[in-house]
Design a protein around this ligand. Sequence first.
Ligand code: SF4
Length: 412
Amino acid sequence: MTVRLPLALAGRQGGALAGRQGDPRPGLSGVGGEALEAWLREHGEPAYRARQLQAAVWDGTTRAATEVTTLPRALATSVDEAFRWSTVDDAEIVQADGGETEKALHRLGDGLTVESVLMHYPARPGQRARHTLCISSQAGCAVGCPFCATGELGFERDLGTAEILDQVRSAQARLAKQEDGARLTNIVFMGMGEPLLNLDRVLEAVEALNDPAKLGLGARHITVSTSGVVPGIRRLTALGPQFTLAVSLHAARDALRDVLVPLNRRWPVAEVVAAAREHARATGRRISYEVTMIGGVNDTDVDAEALAALLRGDLAHVNLIPMNAVAHTPWQASPMPVIERFAGHLKAAGIPVTIRRNRGQEIGAACGQLAAQRAGEPAAPAVARRRQRLEAESARALLGERSSEPVPAGVR
Ligand code: SF4
């Protein structure tokens, strides 16, 4: 049977499924209220059915429209024929840190995989338990940061709105089973992909996460990260969202950032920080800067001083994160005393700083690691060439030489 869909519904899937094999039905969670009401009208149904359907999509237990007892049977069957109840299949769930970290490998309709990581933070005096979910916005990533397993995988495609939201629905359902009544408290777009290169879909997803009829999570509990897509930051500033913007900085010096975050060759660090500063001024929200600490590469006193000079006086907070051991790089995490010394430089400049602990190292919890492991090992000569190239590039960068490599293809 051919199911006719309003264009507005099909468009929200990101358009990237065209030409790929897979289930062509849109995911129900990504269909906006008005579009769903329009579809229901076409089927002779009242608008309130959209609310019934959305409530069932987000209740964490229903697995098909035909399970919704308040829907007429014929309508429920039509909904299941026209839409997918979920666009992600939990292919693998692995736990670490004594159950405090849980990584999900989600298989998409066209066979690609993306990851999400659920992190539990037990209650402490004066603070309730938190459950933070890190989600992906793209399958693969075009930015190609060399310390990141996703960057090594390369870019596959943008995720559709439903594919982003269904990672959340999957985690919320698993969480509710583990702890009766537990809810996600924070969501961070720090998984696979560069969120601001898929900004329309990310904004649609954030709107649904905020919606009290869906997840109902306050914007202040949502963080969207970027590796420095300046036009995307400016667009967000114009919209004035209340979610937190996180900027993955990793280095304050252009020569080094050209290597660690290759889109720096297109939008250099001063431009990125200027755009972020303007965002903080316009929204009144503090910018979170992330620095992955790589031993002997970006953790020197010179780097700490450069970062302190760059951010001094800004509405900013810096997170220092020891690098996760990623295969195929010549690098290791900075030792903790080095990270503490680096933090000391920032504190002396009046910049708030937190040293984060790594989660789930034994399950490859860093972005893209599990998907990369499941994709198979590259050939040994390719790994050796990559290591040599990174050693040479970072050595040149430490001498202050800007990269002559091109801007990564796909960074638009
Ligand atoms: S760190 Fe983020 S931006 Fe860089 S390659 Fe990985 S997913 Fe992409």
